[in-house]
Unconditional design. Structure first.
Length: 334
């Protein structure tokens, strides 16, 4: 139950950040950013409400009145950052003008910011269903549903982990605090002394110095070259990895297909992240073991794998591994 609550809180936090970014952009007059959110929320609503929404703007540019449509359930959804009554009146009028009620018998307004306490009467001429109390949604309405559905929340967490960073990067000005906050939270190791002693090295020996340099290089790589979603995946892979002594000492690996099933991660998405990890020299397959994905960050001079020792050092504690790899808090090694 605790894990479910933790996942729910993570989803709430990330979607709340997205809502803040959209509201912030709208205040600066950038109203077109909702286009980037349509596909994102279509997939979430499909999961929370068992719908089959598609983005109508991918079929007809600037589709009138509604952005998402589900012909099977006859539901049309307007996705907007404008929460005003005037916007809703305009949407209803356009919906009627284009006779969309012939395809969609229910209209929903999904507000990307926050809905208001509406007092206005929205007239539909009895042509379709629109109940302001039931059919005007915002993030809070989605979260109320997710709070009761553990399985859907887990699926959406994985989806958000993959898709949200790209949307946030579009919406976030490079000079903003949010754009810099991740880097500001990272902490390098001062001396890694506790970790190096754990590895069995004598202070200031060649092994000590070379491994300390390796720790610093790993920190720099994760901070400068990786995104959060890749680091989250790497952290979870190391946590779920297995020790092996068949080919190399200090080797760890995961069976990639088993790993994907265990965390409910699509193999196509996994391939994208594997390519990143391979590019940075953090993971590789070996001919002798084609189903094993080996995880490594080697220190040549000592012929050691930092991932192996870090996993041992933290006794495979999930929170510590997450803090070190995802948050890039290497002060844990001091």
């Amino acid at each position: 139950m605790f894990r479910s609550a933790e996942i729910f809180q993570d989803v709430l936090t990330k979607l709340s950040v997205l809502r803040y970014l959209i509201a912030s952009n709208c205040k600066r007059g950038k109203l077109d950013i909702t286009i980037d959110a349509e596909n994102f929320y279509a997939k979430i609503i499909n999961k929370t409400h068992n719908m089959s929404l598609i983005n109508l703007n991918n079929i007809v540019r600037n589709h009138p009145a509604i952005d998402l449509g589900d012909l099977d359930n006859k539901v049309g959804i307007q996705v907007t950052a404008d929460s005003s009554s005037e916007k809703i009146h305009q949407t209803i009028a356009t919906f009627i003008e284009h006779r969309l009620y012939e395809k969609y018998t229910r209209l929903i307004i999904f507000i990307l910011t926050s809905k208001k306490d509406y007092k206005a009467k929205f007239l539909t001429q009895d042509l379709f269903v629109f109940n302001p109390e039931r059919d005007i949604w915002d993030l809070d309405d989605l979260m109320m549903i997710l709070e009761q559905r553990e399985h859907e929340t887990r699926e959406i967490e994985l989806f958000i982990r993959e898709e949200l960073p790209a949307i946030v990067s579009i919406l976030t000005p490079p000079e903003s605090i949010l754009a810099r906050i991740e880097a500001d939270l990272s902490k390098p190791a001062k001396n890694s002394s506790n970790f190096l002693q754990f590895c069995g090295f004598t202070e200031n020996s060649k092994e000590w110095i070379h491994t300390k340099n390796g720790v610093d290089k790993l920190f720099a790589l994760l901070k400068k070259e990786s995104d959060r979603s890749m680091r989250e995946l790497l952290s979870k892979m190391i946590e779920l990895s297995t020790f092996v002594d068949e080919k190399w000492e200090h080797s760890i690996f995961v069976f990639h297909d088993v790993f994907c099933r265990r965390i409910r991660f699509h193999e196509l998405a996994f391939t994208k992240y594997y390519n990143q990890l391979q590019y940075f020299g953090l993971a590789s397959y070996e001919e002798d073991f084609p189903h094993r994905l080996f995880l490594h960050f080697g220190v040549k001079e000592t012929d050691s794998n930092l991932f192996f020792f870090i996993k041992k050092y933290f006794e495979n504690d999930s929170k510590s591994l997450t803090k070190l790899f995802t948050e890039i808090d290497f002060s844990l090694l001091d």
